[in-house]
Write a protein that binds this ligand. Structure first.
Ligand SMILES: [Cu+2]
Length: 185
């Protein structure tokens, strides 16, 4: 086909219109993609917000046994928190909760022959303000419910009971592993 100068100009114009139209489409696609991304990040921040304030509960159920403390949650909402503590073991346990950054910073009994066993948590050496509360003795099979007010921060829960065997050997439950942590947000 022989194209005149005029034909070429028309074709050139057509190509330009086509190119322009393609650009508009591509731009529209970018906008749609951008909106989708925005929506998914909105959804993500909504989930994060829920996790930070809504979904986190105010109840902790925990199981005591020889020799562990197993809470159902790792985080709770700061404020009044209900602790349902069940003893699934065969000896008496307890749950003491203190405000503290990490387990390793709790004071430990370093001398034997005292009121508390060597290696037990030295509860008397914990600052009064950091002691949140305790269940008291929880007999095997029993559940004790307590409500404590938690400020935001880290908490350590432990059982500090000692058992003395007939041969004089003392077993401190904390030392055997009855400790767990909780974060209030
Ligand atoms: Cu115990």
């Amino acid at each position: 086909m022989n194209l005149t100068k005029g034909d070429r100009r028309v074709l050139g114009f057509g190509a330009m219109v086509f190119w322009g139209f393609t650009m508009v489409l591509a731009f529209a696609a970018l906008i749609v993609a951008g909106q989708a991304w925005q929506r998914s990040s909105d959804a993500k921040s909504a989930v994060a917000k829920l996790a930070a304030g809504g979904i986190i509960g105010t109840t902790v159920r925990e199981r005591l046994q020889e020799f562990s403390i197993t809470p159902t949650v790792a985080e709770v909402k700061a404020g009044p928190v209900t602790f349902d503590t069940t003893n699934r073991g065969s000896i008496t346990h307890e749950m003491v909760i203190v405000h503290g950054p990490v387990t390793g910073t709790l004071p430990i009994v370093t001398t034997s022959g005292g009121e508390r066993a060597l290696g037990a948590i030295d509860e008397e050496a914990i600052a009064e303000a950091d002691i949140v509360g305790e269940t008291g003795d929880v007999k095997p099979g029993a559940t004790v419910a307590r409500r404590f007010k938690l400020t935001p921060g880290n908490y350590v829960m432990f059982c500090n009971i000692d058992n003395k065997a007939p041969d004089g050997t003392v077993t401190n439950h904390y030392q055997r592993g009855m400790v767990a942590t909780l974060v209030a947000r």
